[in-house]
Design a protein around this ligand. Sequence first.
Ligand code: DER
Length: 235
Amino acid sequence: LSQDELKKIAAYKAVEFVQSGMVLGLGTGSTAKHAVDRIGELLKQGKLKNIVGIPTSEITRNQAEKLGIPLSDLDDHPILDLAIDGADEVDPDMNLVKGRGGSLLREKMVEAACKKFIVIVDESKLVSHIGGSGLAMPVEIVPFCWKFTLKRLEMLFMEAGCVGKLRRFEGSGDPFVTDNKNYIIDLYFDKEIGDLKAASDAILRLAGVVEHGMFLDMATTLIVASKNGVSFTNK
Ligand code: DER
């Protein structure tokens, strides 16, 4: 089974929790894409009715529009029934790193407004601790004096050997710009971050920081697809 097939299996399993009449948070990324496709398919087949989707990015909005999924926003639906989204890392306490697709702000706003948040991953996303994959922990910042903010973020986590990099578009090398017209600093850690809640608070206290990619104590269900099958974990 390829990684994408595993992602699809996890996504389809999550959509089994979707009931007609629900207001759904629609995630972003290659795993969530399968879930949104499946929701569109079930709507077309008449197996799901009266669904309202709240997209977590412009990419997902476009995908959902093409599928004919009725869309709305948090202003009109401040409380959602269920969100389904992927993650870049999942630790044993179901804390997540998200945002390598650049959509962390809208994902966090939508997923924090949901009664249930199902995370769908293939087994490669499981880590022993956040920052453990050696991959980026994204932070959305305002573009104004981004170098200043990058340095302050690195200083916060000096003990953890933190290095920050401004995310840039592959081809042009221009700074990546989020749906919200902000920049992203990707933080890389040599050592464990330690107290995640304290780290989250410290990051958010920096003026210039909009939001970060640690989703702490937010997921309610984890679906992991691996070569040995699909596992469910409820918080
Ligand atoms: O950017 C995001 O937050 C995505 O959800 C990401 O965390 C997972 O993307 P993937 O399903 O393409 O690996």
